[in-house]
Design a protein around this ligand. Structure first.
Ligand code: FES
Length: 185
C-alpha cells in the first residue's frame, strides 16, 4: 500500500509530465500548422497580344470541380474579336461534357449528346438550352497577363430563336466578363 505522500508525489509528477507533453504538442502544432491545400481559382494566362483575333484553347488546372463534380482541368476558349477578349467555358450546359472545337464550321460540339454551340456561347442545336458560361477576365496592369477567375461566371438566359437559343451580344460584352480592346490598347 503506498503512503499518502508517495501518492501525491506520483500525482504531482504525473501532472508535470502531462503538462510538459501538452506544451510540446501545442508548440509543434503552432510551428507546423495543418494547412489545407486549396487548388487555385484564379489563373494567370499569357499576355493579351498572344491571343490573335479568333479563339485559343486553354486549360485551367483543377477548375472543372467548380462546375461539375470532377477533379480535372477546365477547358476554356479565349475568344478575341475586334472589341476585346472573353473567356468561354468549353463545358456543355446539358450534362457537363467537354466541348470539342469544329474549326471548319466555327462551332463547339458536345462529345456526349451532340449539342452545338457557337464561340459566343449560343446554342445552335440541342438538347442543351442554356448558353455557355463566360468567366471573369482581367489584365494585370504591369505584366499585361490575362487573369481568369473561375469562381465568377456570366450566366445569361438565352432567347429561343428557331431551333436555337441566343444571348444578345451587347448583354454579354460587359465587365467583368469582357476585356475591352479599348482598355487594353
Ligand atoms: S452533355 Fe452535351 S449534349 Fe449531352
Amino acid at each position: 500500500m503506498i503512503d499518502r505522500r508517495h501518492f501525491l508525489t506520483i500525482i504531482g509528477w504525473g501532472g508535470i509530465v502531462a503538462f510538459t507533453g501538452l506544451s510540446v504538442y501545442g508548440s509543434i502544432r503552432f510551428l507546423f500548422p495543418t494547412v489545407l491545400y486549396e487548388p487555385p481559382t484564379t489563373f494567370r494566362l499569357n499576355r493579351l497580344e498572344s491571343y490573335p483575333i479568333g479563339f485559343t484553347e486553354a486549360f485551367l488546372e483543377n477548375a472543372a470541380r467548380l462546375f461539375i463534380n470532377q477533379d480535372k482541368a477546365l477547358k476554356i476558349f479565349l475568344v478575341r474579336n475586334e472589341r476585346g477578349l472573353y473567356a468561354l467555358t468549353a463545358l456543355c450546359r446539358y450534362e457537363g461534357c467537354a466541348l470539342d472545337p469544329e474549326y471548319d464550321i466555327k462551332m463547339l460540339k458536345c462529345s456526349c449528346c451532340g449539342s452545338l454551340y457557337d464561340f459566343e456561347g449560343n446554342i445552335h442545336r440541342g438538347p442543351a438550352e442554356q448558353a455557355l458560361w463566360r468567366l471573369k477576365i482581367d489584365q494585370d496592369p504591369i505584366s499585361g497577363e490575362i487573369i481568369v477567375d473561375a469562381t465568377a461566371r456570366q450566366d445569361l438566359a438565352p432567347k429561343k430563336i428557331g431551333i436555337g437559343y441566343f444571348v444578345d451580344k451587347s448583354a454579354r460584352e460587359v465587365k467583368p466578363f469582357f476585356l475591352s480592346a479599348l482598355r487594353s490598347a
